[in-house]
Design a protein around this ligand. Structure first.
Ligand SMILES: Cc1ncc(C[n+]2csc(CCOP(=O)(O)OP(=O)(O)O)c2C)c(N)n1
Ligand SMILES: [Mg+2]
Length: 297
C-alpha cells in the first residue's frame, strides 16, 4: 500500500536533507568525473519537499499503482533526483557511486526501466509534460486518485512541445497534473547573441515575459513561490490539493538560484555541469555541513 507522508517534516529537517542532497550531487559527479551541478542544486529544495513531505509513495514498492507519479522532465538533473531517491530509501546511498557507469541502474539521464522510483525516462528536453498529461488522463479514465507531477527547467520551457501539453492539459481538465518550473534564470547556452568573449547571451530565457499571465491565459491555476523557501513550497502543494476538482492543472512557478547552496556554483552558468576539484569539494563540504575525506566517492 502506498503511504501518504506520515508526518510532515519541519524546516530544520528539510534543510539538513537538502544540504546532504547537494553534497551527494557534487561528490557523486566528482567521483563519476562528469555530470550536472547547477540544475540539480537549484531543484534540490523542491525535490526534497516533494519526496519527504508531499508525494504518496512507497519506496519498498516503487511500482505501486496508487503512487503519485513524478517526472523529472529536465532529465539532465538526474543526479539530484537519484540523491533524493536514495535518501528516501529507494536504493542504498552507496549505489550513488555507480552513477553514469556502464551497467549501473543510475544512468546519466533517468531510465524508467532501470531505476526504482523513476516513472518516466527523460533527457531530451521538452517531453515530460506530455508524458505527464498522458498519465493524468489515464488516472481520470481509470478513476485513480494518484497525482502526476512534472518538473521542467526554464530553458526547457522554450521547447514547443511543452506548450502543446500546456494547451491540451486544460482542454482535458487535468486538475490531477502539476507542472513545477525551476526558474533559475539560466540554461546551458542561451540565445545566439554574442557578447565580448562569449558565443551566447546567457541572460534569463524568460526575461520580459510574464509567465504567471501566460499560464493563467492558458487556463491553469498559477502559484508563484520562492523555490528555496520550504514554507512557500508547502503552501503551494496545499494549493495544488485545493485545485483538484477545479478542472484546471496547476503550475508552480518556483524562482530559484542555479547552483544554490555552494558559494562557487551559485548563480553562474559555468556550473551547469562540471567536476569539482578536491579543494572545491572541501569548500562545498564545509559550507554544506558534510564530512569530506579528501577524495570524491
Ligand atoms: C531537446 C534537447 N536539446 C538540448 C539538450 C541539451 N541540454 C541539456 S541541459 C540544457 C539546458 C537546460 O536548461 P534548463 O532547462 O534551464 O535547465 P537547468 O537550468 O535547470 O539546468 C540543454 C540545452 C537536451 N538535453 N535536449
Ligand atoms: Mg534553467
Amino acid at each position: 500500500m502506498s503511504t501518504k507522508q506520515a508526518s510532515k517534516m519541519g524546516t530544520a529537517e528539510l534543510n539538513k536533507l537538502s544540504a546532504a542532497g547537494r553534497w551527494h550531487v557534487l561528490n557523486t559527479v566528482a567521483s563519476a568525473k562528469a555530470g550536472h551541478i547547477g540544475g540539480p542544486l537549484s531543484a534540490m529544495d523542491l525535490l526534497v519537499s516533494l519526496y519527504f513531505n508531499e508525494l504518496t509513495l512507497n519506496p519498498q514498492q516503487p511500482q505501486d499503482p496508487t503512487r503519485d507519479r513524478f517526472i523529472l522532465s529536465k532529465g539532465h538533473c538526474a543526479i539530484g533526483l537519484y540523491a533524493v531517491l536514495a535518501m528516501r530509501g529507494y536504493f542504498p546511498l552507496d549505489e550513488l557511486a555507480t552513477f553514469d557507469q556502464g551497467g549501473s541502474r543510475l544512468q546519466g539521464h533517468p531510465d524508467m526501466k532501470l531505476t526504482p522510483g523513476v516513472d518516466s525516462s527523460s533527457g531530451s528536453l521538452g517531453q515530460g509534460l506530455s508524458a505527464g498529461a498522458g498519465m493524468a488522463i489515464a488516472a481520470k479514465r481509470l478513476g485513480a486518485e494518484f497525482h502526476t507531477w512534472v518538473m521542467l527547467g526554464d530553458g526547457e520551457l522554450e521547447e514547443g512541445m511543452v506548450w502543446e501539453a500546456v494547451h491540451t492539459a486544460r482542454r482535458f481538465q487535468l486538475d490531477n497534473l502539476t507542472a513545477i518550473i525551476d526558474l533559475n534564470g539560466l540554461q546551458q547556452y542561451g540565445w545566439p547573441v554574442k557578447e565580448e568573449g562569449d558565443r551566447f547571451d546567457r541572460s534569463n530565457p524568460w526575461a520580459g515575459v510574464d509567465l504567471e499571465k501566460v499560464f493563467a491565459g492558458f487556463g491553469w491555476n498559477v502559484v508563484a513561490v520562492d523555490g528555496h523557501n520550504f514554507d512557500e513550497i508547502q503552501a503551494a502543494f496545499h494549493q495544488v490539493r485545493a485545485g483538484r476538482g477545479s478542472g484546471r492543472p496547476t503550475v508552480i512557478l518556483a524562482t530559484t538560484t542555479k547552483g544554490k547552496g555552494v558559494s562557487f556554483t551559485q548563480g553562474t552558468y559555468k556550473w551547469h555541469n562540471g567536476v569539482a576539484t578536491p579543494e572545491q569539494l572541501a569548500i562545498a563540504a564545509a559550507e554544506l555541513g558534510q564530512t569530506f575525506e579528501g577524495e570524491a566517492k
